[in-house]
Design a protein around this ligand. Sequence first.
Ligand code: BES
Ligand code: MN
Ligand code: ZN
Length: 499
Amino acid sequence: MEFNTKTESAEACKADCLAIGVFEDQGLSASARSLDRACGGALRKAIASGDMKGKRGTLVVLRNLHGVASARIALAGLGKAGEFGEKAFAEAVAMTVRGCGDGVSTLAFCAADWKVAGRSESASLRALVGAARATRFRTDELKSQRDATAARGNAARLRVTWLTGKRDRQIDRALREGVAIANGVEFAKRLGNLPANVCTPQFLAAQARKMGREWGLNVQALERRQIAALGMGSFLSVTNGSQQAPRLIVLRYRGRRGAGFTDPIALVGKGITFDSGGISLKPGAQMDEMKFDMCGAAAVLGTMRAIAELKPRINVIGVVPACENLPSGSATKPGDIVTSMSGQTIEVLNTDAEGRLILCDALTYVQRYRPAAIVDIATLTGACIVALGNVHSGLFSRDDALAGEILKAGEAIGDTAWRMPVDEEYQEQLKSNFADMANIGIPGNAGAVTAACFLARFVKDQRWAHLDIAGTAFRGGAAKGATGRPVPLLTQFLLSRAD
Ligand code: BES
Ligand code: MN
Ligand code: ZN
């Protein structure tokens, strides 16, 4: 799918389909009125006849109109103008891309008629790219035959045009960012959706290397021997029951001028390619969804890809500890005590609280790069889903400025987070009689917070934030699949840092 912008009028635009948004509670825009005059009032007639009332989720396609260069006009109902936010916009774009007709290979959206409440035109354009691309995302990679609906029509060839009044640098930039972020989101979704027998730690490392070659990133993947030499006893304890070799993947993007790799922003992503719970085995229902337990890693890789494409003037380091959490005769047992790279010892009371065990060593490791800030991203706790559902990612940080930046980035790009506490008082729960700390708190008691508090013990004196994406990184049920979140939030955060 390709995207471009044009400044011509709606009636002069020559596309297979021209998409006009119609609000329930507003008349046609000046641009749509002019289009309507050109075609002898066909738009007004469609509205007056009751065919198009502007109701959200409705679409009417008119064909062969005189005086209009495009072959079709799609009238898309957008609902009430005041309620037309980012989500409604994305839904309406998806509906139009899907419903405009299989014969359409060029589709133009008229900016004047697709005004998102409270958003700039460039923010809308960026959202358009994301929403349009999402409609063509395919999950049939491992089916013996391609899905008929996905393969239908001009899927690959669709060219989407944004008809804008003002062709300026902001609009061009929004388009570029929209495409790069969509590329990053798709990369993350694909990795997230791949099953654990394909997407192993080694596979993740190979994908990171390949992506790094294509986009000019420096990528290293450390093997077990090297991970052991670093002293990552906590990380390696999670791999004890698995036949799959672990990897510590390190990606570097250098965008700052001047010598050296200085003051990078560090992204650390949980890469559990399958989380069975280990000896503290999970129940069977929906256990397949634990293939998504590497979505934090996928978000780091997707964000690095987007950044490498956009080339902002910052340095970024991505660190992904990747392994499997399985039970076996050699697996870590409840009560085992392990020594982290930081030297702190951990009593593993529950082998299913494994994300923090791999992240703590990655957090210690990344500090050797003297990062300006560290953000870790993890499908860390079921408790975070209980707290926030599938709407916001959980954001934990003791640094108000950093937390504010991340919240703002999420708002700006419609990939939101909600701040949660990391108060010292919760640390109480992590006390152990036998080691420096336990790896779990009191069951059923602020589980997302105590997980963050555990991580906080490994980032003392660092600017650090933690995103718990257990509820936002993937969906279950009929729409099962990775969402690519929070690639947009992370990319926006990094871009805003470069400005
Ligand atoms: N990967 C899970 C968290 C999770 C659960 C993510 C559901 C997405 C959907 C994590 O490793 C885990 O098992 N956490 C435990 C922690 C508990 C043992 C303290 C949990 O949330 O139950
Ligand atoms: Mn677990
Ligand atoms: Zn897990």
